[in-house]
Every structure is written in structure tokens, then in C-alpha cells.
Design a protein. Structure first.
Lengths: 272, 272
């Protein structure tokens, strides 16, 4: 899915919601746990309940790897179940030397056919570029995350008076354009989103941390929305675990619908 | 395996060789490709041929993920086949926010029971600490890699006149000790190993890049060896692909034996 097609979906659904399929076997409703593949069953019902309100789905691979080989099959089945008009993101935070990154790219873009993969920039240009060799696929580069540990590397100040995460933005803009790369930008500080928007006016930002993690959707939207929306805001736990009972899918639907209604308002208000 | 036990193995085998099981289906000898699990068959024969000379094995997960769900099973079977007196490293370069890193830890330390996992530091302390909650398991933190992209983040100079990779060393030494953490340090510049050894006198370094990638084993050993050896030097392609014919295992054995003989010499010469 290219940038124009993604923007079309956003306008059609009046939403820039990404649902994080961070499905933990220990947190799903009890009545599902005796099924042959409870995580897949949970995901299916969550997808059915939220696809009207969500333009993207983002399984975090850790949740699937924690199940061993069968988790990888569950991930594959889940991906196959996501409707084709939704943007799919493997939140895997991969990155390795060139020939090894090329294998990760094959894993996520060929074997699994995701639209996008999150990538960590610590190893630099040649660790990221192999992911850009797959036509129509996206790299979503970790820039600035909202966890406390972001001070340890991302927020170090360089000799030139910039932060490390800013250096990553500048470097990555030499590697490819906003048509092939998005940025992960944490949401707990909306002013940071404004700062980064100024450095990257055209890029889509994948913003985790709204909902359970405490970001403010209006402030994030105001600071982040650009002419093509430019935002995918992820919610995981606040939607998928909205209820822990048999009504979990309905509860997820209600939660996703509420977020979508807010987003509809912000699209009108802030798009420019 | 703890640090003392690892050093015991090094003394016993007179070797600090780690064999990288970066097994690419497209590169293994043709006669294996019609078997039900050719990558496992290849790994088994490589392990049998090299276990006399090697104290550690390091599969890079990218090679297994590129095969899909069956690759994850191959990884599991390969790990189970590695003799218990060898140190096992999942070269996965993982790292995510706390609760997600905890799931990766479960995947590699419980489901798969590796001794150690490579971890990327870009998200900082809380992305690394969950891996330290597993007793007897090791984090091998990416510090300085030998690829060209290492200039983009790792070698940025901070306002305090240090490199980013040095800041990662200082920070990580506040999180845990040399009994629970090793460092990935690239080998193409041996002087860099000396610099990092001065900052981390006790830590084991996992050094990739000797062999195909062009590092010099003697220079690396001289700069890196400490009182408990403190080095695991990885070779992948130069050993596992020493021959592409039916004699691949013998060729791997010869290659591993040659490296071990060199290492025996350097252990005598440089241990201090």
C-alpha cells in the first residue's frame, strides 16, 4: 500500500487508528483458551470488531515468538485474516548487517507479506537499506520512543548540539523518502511530536502510547497531523483488552469506535 | 552457563571460537536440499564436525525466520542438538519496551532455552533490563559493530566528548555486571577492541567479523584477551561454507581446527 492509498483509506474511514495485536495468551478471555489456537481466535474477533474503525493493524512479534514455532503460524494466519484494505505492520524492531537484514526483509515482506516493518537504527545505513529493496514495502524507523530508557541513547546530545534521534532523522532522509519510510515517535510528550514534525514535514509517524501508555490524542493530533494526515496512532491494550469477558469483541468495537469519532473530529480540525 | 564455567570450557578446549550457524538454504550443499529439513541436517553435521574446537554456537535468527514457521522449529531442533557444554547465543538483536522485552526474554530463555541473547540498546535501560530477570542467562549488548553504518549512531560524538557507544558502555555498567552481560564489539579495527577493553576490563566481548568479514585474529586477541580470556570470536561463513560439496563437514572441521590452534597459541601468549 503506497502513501496515496493509505491516505485514501484514512479519508474513507475517517480514522488513523492502528490496532496493536499484542495478544498475550495469559490476558485473553478464559472461554477462548481451550480452543486449538486461542490467540488466532481472539485476533479474528478483534479484527472483525474493529476493521470498520481501523486503517492499520500492528502485531508485535514478541507476543508470537513467546509461543514458539506455533506462534509464528498464528502470526501468519492473523496476517492473512486482516482485510486487504488495511495497512499491516510487523512491529519487530529488527536490524542487522546488510546480508542479514536482507533475510529479515524476506521473512517479513515475502514469507509473511506485511506492508511495513519497524526497524531499529543502532547499526546505521547498511542495516536499514536492505529493507528498502522491496518495492511497495515500508520501513518504520525507531526515532524517539516514549519509554524512560529513551534518555540512554536517543536523547544524548551530540557535539553539534543535536539529539541522537535528530541525527537519525537527518541520516535516514538521505537513505530514502517519505514514500518509503515512516518514523516511530512516542506520544507521551506531544511537544516532541511537534519538534519532529518540523524536521520531517511529510513523513508518516507511527505513534504508540496513546491509551494505556498515557498519550493525549488531541495534543498528538494537533502537533502531528499534516496535509496527508501523516499519523497512524496505535492503541493496543485499551482496545483489545477493553473487556476480559465473553463480550470482549463488542467492548473492543466500542472502544475503537470512540477513538475513531475523536479522530474524525481532529482530521477536520487539524488537516492542513 | 556462568562466567567461571565458560572460562573452564575455554581452558579445556583451548579455544574461544564461536561458530555462527547462519545457515542459508541457498548456500548449503545441493545433496542436502532434498531432505525434509536440510538446514537442520546441515547444522547437525557442522556441530558434530566443530564441537571439539568450538566453545559456543550462535545461530542468527534472521536465517531461521526467513523460512517461516518451520524455520523456528529448525532453530529449536538445532539448539537442542548443541552439546550442553557449549555456550549458546541467539543472535536476534532484540529490544522493545519493558513488557515486550519480557516476552522476547521468554521466547529465547524459556521456550528456546538459549544461554544468551544479543540485544540492541537504542531504547535504553528499560528495554534491556527484562532480559536480566532470568537467572543464569546473559544479555550480549550491541556496542560497536564493524559495518559501515556504525558511523550513523554508534560513532556520533556527544557533547561530553564521548562516542555514543561509550555512553552505552557506561550506562549498561549501571544496569548489571560482567557476570550477566557481554558486549558485541566488531573486529575489523582491532584498536577499537583495545579502547573498549580499557572501558570494560572484565566483560566478555563477542567479536564477529573475523574470517570472511576481514578481522585479524591475532590483533583482536592481543587487544581483547583478559584474565578470563574475555573473548568469544565468531566465525560463520569461513567455517560453515568452507566447502560447498559433500565434504563440507570435513572442510568445516579443518577450518575450525586451524582457528582453534591459533587460539591456543594466543591464550598462552596474551592471557593476563
Amino acid at each position: 500500500m503506497n502513501r496515496a492509498e493509505l491516505f485514501e483509506q484514512i479519508k474513507k474511514k475517517k480514522s488513523y487508528l492502528c490496532v496493536g495485536l499484542d495478544t498475550d495468551l495469559e490476558k485473553i478471555p478464559k472461554h477462548l483458551r481451550s480452543l486449538p489456537d486461542p490467540v488466532y481466535e481472539f485476533n479474528k474477533q478483534i479484527i472483525d470488531a474493529t476493521k470498520e474503525f481501523s486503517v492499520a493493524y500492528k502485531p508485535n512479534t514478541a507476543f508470537y515468538e513467546a509461543l514458539g514455532a506455533s506462534g509464528w503460524e498464528t502470526l501468519q494466519k492473523t496476517l492473512d485474516y486482516i482485510p486487504k484494505d488495511c495497512f499491516t505492520i510487523a512491529d519487530a524492531k529488527r536490524g542487522d548487517i546488510g546480508n542479514t537484514s536482507a533475510l529479515y526483509a524476506r521473512a517479513f515482506f515475502e514469507k509473511l507479506n506485511f506492508d511495513a516493518l519497524t526497524v531499529t537504527p543502532y547499526m546505521g545505513e547498511d542495516s536499514v537499506k536492505p529493507f528498502l529493496n522491496f518495492s511497495g514495502k515500508w520501513v518504520i524507523l525507531l526515532i524517539h520512543t516514549s519509554n524512560s530508557g529513551s534518555i540512554d541513547v536517543q536523547q544524548l546530545e551530540t557535539r553539534d548540539g543535536r539529539f541522537v534521534y535528530e541525527e537519525v532523522i537527518f541520516a535516514s532522509q538521505r537513505w530514502t523518502s517519505a514514500d518509503r519510510m515512516m518514523y516511530v515517535v512516542g506520544a507521551t510528550k506531544a511537544d516532541k511530536i511537534g519538534t519532529i514534525r518540523a524536521l520531517a514535514p511529510d513523513h508518516f509517524f507511527l505513534v504508540p502510547g496513546v491509551g494505556t501508555q498515557g498519550g493525549d490524542l488531541e495534543a498528538v493530533s494537533k502537533a502531528g497531523i499534516n496535509a496527508q494526515c501523516g499519523l497512524l496512532v496505535n492503541s493496543s491494550r485499551s482496545i483489545i483488552y477493553a473487556s476480559s469477558s465473553e463480550d470482549f469483541a463488542d467492548a473492543a468495537r466500542n472502544e475503537a469506535s470512540k477513538v475513531q469519532q475523536e479522530m474524525n473530529e481532529y482530521l477536520d480540525k487539524f488537516i492542513r
